[in-house]
Design a protein around this ligand. Structure first.
Ligand code: SF4
Length: 233
């Protein structure tokens, strides 16, 4: 038990240090999807599956001009929608999700995005991860922590969770990150994973969290090999 509480204390200290590092490195962390309302954030988040935020931001202005409300999107023809979102990939299923999601908003929530985890996750195309994005960034409600591929990778590398299932990783993180920090932590960690702690080539030498990261030495690329001089003669 003593060992258990020692390691729990260590994890809490490490999490606090990580939060300090993130605040220093990314004091203004914001999601990179462009949106003006929870509805636009919901649409953009659905489109961001398997796609970069930058690409989503290229299509959403045209999409919101053509279909500015849940009511307009609920009545959209899949073909018209597919043409507008094609470049985000998986456009057929995304078009279907957007229409069905908007129809559900009209049928059950008076055309409003509900500010509630349980209600959000009943919407087609919306899982817990998307719901956490909408609640946190859209409504300012720290219901949970967003666990996407970046967060999962960082939670492992930073030794904050050994779990592989996103819900279990989130449970571990919720036990470590104070509620008032959940929204910032969700956004800042995802950005840190996108730009610094990259999947294949983490930039440990410029990482604000490296002093607290158990993976730092393990993942740092080996020093460059001395030149072999193969091109003699
Ligand atoms: S030190 Fe390296 S592995 Fe650890 S969080 Fe930073 S970039 Fe990722």
């Amino acid at each position: 038990m003593a060992g258990h509480s020692r390691s729990a204390a260590l994890l809490h200290r490490r999490t606090a240090a990580i939060l300090r590092g993130l605040h220093k490195a990314r004091p203004q962390a914001r999601v990179e999807l462009a949106y003006r309302s929870p509805f636009e954030l919901l649409v953009a988040t659905i489109l961001s599956a398997q796609c970069t935020d930058a690409r989503v931001n290229q299509v959403t202005p045209g999409l919101f001009q053509a279909f500015p409300t849940p009511s307009a999107l609920a009545g959209a023809s899949p073909a018209a929608l597919e043409g507008l979102i094609r470049s985000t990939g998986f456009f057929r299923s995304k078009a279907r999700s957007l229409v069905r999601c908007s129809q559900a908003l009209m049928d059950h929530y008076g055309g409003q995005v509900p500010a509630d985890m349980e209600a959000l996750t009943t919407l087609p195309g919306v899982g817990r991860k998307t719901a956490n994005v909408i609640l946190g960034a859209g409504f300012g409600i720290p219901a949970g922590i967003v666990v996407d591929t970046h967060m999962a990778r960082l939670a492992h590398r930073l030794g904050l969770s050994r779990q592989t299932h996103p819900v279990r990783i989130e449970r571990d993180l919720l036990g470590l990150v104070p509620k008032r920090e959940r929204i910032f932590f969700s956004i800042a960690m995802v950005l840190h994973g996108r730009y610094v702690c990259k999947a294949r080539a983490p930039r440990c030498h410029e990482c604000a969290l490296s002093a607290h990261c158990p993976s730092r030495d393990r993942l740092a690329p080996p020093p460059p090999r001395p030149h072999q001089g193969r091109d003699r003669g």
